[in-house]
Design a protein around this ligand. Structure first.
Ligand SMILES: [Zn+2]
Length: 313
């Protein structure tokens, strides 16, 4: 939505609240206290934000049980922020959001974005992917500030170490479904023994998002041996096709992991270009944002999907 479309769609506070009510209740109010669906009345003062249950005699906000429940901001600011996140091709930084919304504090803008990312992470991917998927891992983070590059290069031997074994970066496992182009990513934190990217970890991600019998394109990393033919752990009977990057790259036979690799290129461009630094602590929520935006890039209802997740917390 352009700003003109947005203003036309949400000209008043009440119009934004009406929209949230439509998405959340779909015509039937439910009392959060007694579960009653009858005898609930909307009070039209206060922009129509309050409901009254005549069964248990309680007042409640229509925003109860949504991420907007405790906000002091005009709901339109939230909707506009969500719209910005969805239309921005490369994501939006807290600084930019602060400017766009005319917010006083950077922290407030950051928290808003963080909450929107958390909402994106609620999208369900269980048993979503089928037919052919590509799986791969990448390392994100740990890039030094520009002015320190030379210093770090001289002082840190591991500076340019890339890929598996890189100590200053965080591994992320990504799965991409070939047909739909949808992606799902999981940050691989270390297990109790300090190991990352174990076969168990990789299998858990695949088990969660892929239907049984899915063909899985992997590279030669031994972690994926866990889905080799005949392995007992491979309970969903995934069929592994191993891609040898040196020999089989782009031979036109469909054996490749180019799809997930181009997604990594986008992730890295945005992490370093827009967000500059992503801490390990918040890495998963950023990945959730990248996946959500990628998975809703073509469908018109990306904004609406985001609102649906926002009211179902
Ligand atoms: Zn009630």
């Amino acid at each position: 939505m352009t700003i003109f479309d947005f203003n036309k769609r949400f000209p008043t506070k009440k119009s934004a609240i009406d929209f949230i009510i439509r998405v959340k209740y779909n015509g039937t109010y439910v009392c959060p206290f007694c579960g009653c669906v009858h005898n609930i009345y909307r009070d039209n003062t206060n922009n129509g934000k309050d409901l009254y249950c005549n069964n248990c005699k309680s007042h409640f906000s229509v925003l109860k049980g949504t991420i907007f429940e405790n906000t002091h901001l005009d709901i339109r600011m939230w909707l506009y922020a969500m719209n910005l996140v969805m239309v921005a091709k490369k994501g939006i930084s807290a600084c930019q959001l602060q400017r766009e919304l005319g917010m006083k504090s950077y922290k407030g803008a950051w928290r808003m974005l963080h909450l929107i990312r958390e909402i994106m992470g609620k999208e369900e991917y269980k048993d979503c992917f089928e037919a052919i998927v590509e799986v791969d891992e990448t390392y994100v983070g740990g890039k030094p500030r520009k002015e320190n590059v030379h210093f770090e290069r001289e002082t840190n031997e591991k500076f340019n170490k890339r890929g598996r074994g890189s100590s200053s970066k965080t591994p992320v496992i990504g799965v991409k479904e070939r047909n739909s182009g949808r992606v799902h990513c999981v940050v691989a934190t270390a297990n109790a023994d300090g190991q990352k990217l174990t076969g168990k970890q990789l299998l858990k991600v695949l088990d969660n998002v892929c239907k049984a019998g899915t063909t899985v394109m992997t590279d030669q990393y031994s972690g994926y041996n866990v889905i080799d033919e005949g392995r007992a752990e491979n309970t969903k009977n995934f069929i592994r096709i191993m891609v040898n990057h040196e020999v089989e790259f782009s031979q036109g036979d469909g054996k490749h992991t180019n799809g997930i690799e181009s997604f990594w290129a986008i992730v890295k461009r945005d992490v370093y270009g827009i967000y500059h630094h992503v801490s390990v602590k918040h890495m998963q929520t950023y990945m959730d944002e990248f996946c959500f935006r990628m998975n809703h890039r073509k469908v018109e209802d990306g904004f609406e999907s985001l609102i649906r997740l926002s009211v179902a917390v």
